[in-house]
Design a protein around this ligand. Structure first.
Ligand code: DGY
Length: 319
């Protein structure tokens, strides 16, 4: 029997799977586990099931000890994990791709609708008790039909967002490290372009690339200036892909029309200027937040850890 440390609260279905085979030490506090407590608890762990709020770096891996075999992240994004540090120590790192694709694309498209149709503004106005009545020019937004969606990062979530956009009558361009499957490109009518072209032709830009040194501030003042003043930017990937101060300035000065953000550069902090702007919709990292999706993520993370502890290939290793 091995020792598995789970760094935060996860659905019971995952804990039951882990407990059926191993001794499980799962943090159950309402707040995230503190760093000191985490460093203490991982000592002697054979597996760590980590949440994206915990930094898994060399210090943590060393605190666990040389018996540690696997770090299983309950997220598709793994910017909280120092993967080379795992590899150097012979530790397998895994994530949870696939199971949160549709839920995250739903939130991306929800933000596209909220931003372009000014739903947040309308809701705030009613809740503030402001007087209003139907008017020909009251809270007019932008239609999506016939407009162009630019998808940055055309993996599973980008493709699922593009599929929703197609159903809304949008044209699709995308920027990605590689061409997507030609059959899917044909189904979506999606054309691969470089980032510069995407920025200038898109009416809505949705970010779905992974975060890392190559994508830090991928969207900054220069890129925002390259967009049309009628463009909307949506980010459901990772906050630091966007220079939040530059975005706040662009939204305030009308450089772009609006934005929808599910993720933030210094999460959970939000740039204070964004809070005062009407043309940005802000939601608290809800991309994968459905009961079904979170359960599937946690169960997949458990399966990954269990496979490595059995000496088997995990279902979804990183890299
Ligand atoms: C992920 O899995 O990376 C998501 O951000 C979690 O919601």
């Amino acid at each position: 029997m091995s020792r598995v440390v789970v760094t935060g609260r996860v659905p019971d279905a995952a804990l039951e799977k882990l407990r059926a085979e191993h001794e499980v030490d799962a943090w159950a506090g309402p707040e995230s586990i503190g760093r000191e407590e985490l460093l203490r608890r991982v000592a002697g762990a054979d597996a760590i099931v980590s949440l994206l709020t915990e930094r898994v770096d060399g210090e943590l891996l060393d605190a666990a000890g040389p018996q540690l075999k696997v770090v299983s992240n309950v997220a598709v994004g793994y910017d909280n994990i120092n993967v080379p540090a795992c590899t150097e120590r012979g530790i397998v790192a895994t994530n949870t791709p696939g199971v949160l694709t549709e839920a995250t694309a739903d939130i991306a498209f929800g933000l596209i609708l909220m931003a372009t149709r000014r739903l947040g503004e309308g809701e705030r106005l009613i809740r503030a008790g402001q007087a209003w009545k139907w008017g020909m020019f009251f809270l007019l937004g932008s239609s999506l039909q016939g407009k162009t969606l630019g998808v940055v990062g055309m993996g599973g979530i980008g493709q699922a967002t593009a599929r929703r956009a197609k159903a809304f009558g949008m044209d699709i361009v995308y920027q990605s490290r590689s061409e997507i499957d030609p059959a899917i490109a044909a189904e979506l009518g999606a054309r691969r372009v470089d980032l510069d072209e995407l920025l200038t032709v898109s009416d809505v830009i949705s970010l779905h690339c992974p975060y890392g040194p190559a994508t830090h501030h991928l969207i900054g003042a220069e890129q925002l200036s390259a967009m049309k003043s009628s463009t909307y930017l949506v980010n459901t990937a990772r906050g630091p892909i966007v220079d939040e101060a530059a975005l706040a300035a662009a939204l305030r000065e009308g450089v772009i029309a609006g934005a929808g953000l599910d993720v933030f550069e210094h999460e959970p902090k939000v740039h204070p200027e964004l809070l005062d702007l009407e043309n940005v919709t802000l939601v608290p990292h809800l991309g994968s937040a459905t009961v079904e999706t979170r359960t599937a993520m946690a169960v997949l993370a458990a399966d990954n850890a269990l496979a490595v502890l059995r000496g088997e290939q995990p279902p979804t290793p990183i890299g």
